[in-house]
Design a protein around this ligand. Structure first.
Ligand SMILES: [Fe+2]
Ligand SMILES: [Fe+2]
Length: 287
């Protein structure tokens, strides 16, 4: 098999160019400081690399468009899943969050941002949509009042529970769950399981747990069996291995959350730095 000097021969025999995968979520660029950070990112350093953007960029569609453009101009590929903030419709031009979801996905397509499975050589990256369904607990009266999604999102009449909203998004993942490659990475905005949250989280902060995600999302991840799953939404950075899958969160978060967020891109996968790419260790048998 012919390959360029810098290409890497995977265990599977597939030739792939060197590539790093970076991840970040919860950019919340409505904060000027966060937008300034994107402007400060190198325009040269990431040209061969992939960025996983795990939701909550902004609820402002125009600002979402300019942010995605700014990132796409720096990376070879940008992959995105919407977060809950992208689906807020209060005060905007959309009357329904589903209508806005369609507009967000169209915007991504227009800007060259990937929202489906991306494969390069022996690496496949799978975006997983989601929502919360209260499988992590029931919201108390405080959360019912305070959680902005309950006022800022609007859904069609048949979506009369959070579980039905969640079901709508999870069903769209089904087509990707048989993705197979030597290295599979998945990412979502919402949490697939509650035990990724650090044990040190104080009791009063656990009130938000019911709206963090869905256990059904983890059932899908278990079917897919990625080596790494990146999630956002919690704004609590984490890297923890559970039953053979490395769950990672790298939220940029709000300026006030400087103590719990790294405020930098994290490289989660590097074809040159991971010996398994060459040696075939910890790899999946290609189908
Ligand atoms: Fe967020
Ligand atoms: Fe979120």
């Amino acid at each position: 098999m012919m390959s360029a000097a810098n290409d890497i021969l995977c265990y599977s025999g597939i030739v792939t160019s060197p590539m790093k995968v970076f991840a970040v979520s919860d950019l919340h660029v409505d904060y000027r400081e966060n937008l300034d950070w994107i402007d400060s990112l190198s325009r040269d350093r990431y040209r061969e690399d992939v960025l996983l953007l795990a939701g909550d960029v902004t609820d402002d569609l125009r600002l979402l468009g300019s942010t995605l453009r700014a990132l796409k101009s720096r990376f070879a590929e940008v992959l995105f899943v919407p977060g809950n903030h992208e689906l807020w419709v209060d005060g905007g031009e959309f009357s329904c969050s589903l209508e806005k979801f369609d507009a967000v996905m169209s915007l991504c397509s227009h800007e060259g941002i990937r929202t489906g499975v991306y494969t390069k050589g022996c690496v496949s990256i799978v975006p997983l949509l989601g929502w919360y369904d209260f499988s992590f607990g029931q919201p108390d009266a405080f959360l019912q009042r305070a959680w902005r999604d309950f006022r800022a999102c609007r859904w069609p009449a048949e979506f009369d529970s959070q579980a039905k909203i969640c079901d709508f998004f999870l069903r769209q993942n089904d087509r990707y769950l048989s993705t197979d490659n030597v290295h599979v990475i998945s990412f979502s905005h919402f949490l697939p399981r509650l035990d990724v949250m650090p044990a040190a989280i104080p009791e009063h902060r656990r009130k938000v747990y019911p709206v963090l995600g869905s256990a059904r999302l983890d059932h899908q991840i278990r079917k897919l069996q990625p080596a790494i799953h990146v999630y956002g939404h919690s704004h609590v950075n984490q890297a923890i291995e559970i039953d053979g899958i490395r769950y990672m969160n790298n939220a940029f978060a709000t300026p006030k959350e400087a103590r719990i967020a790294r405020k930098e891109l994290v490289c989660i996968f590097d074809t040159e730095a991971v010996p398994s790419v060459l040696a075939g260790e910890n790899r999946r048998e290609p189908a």
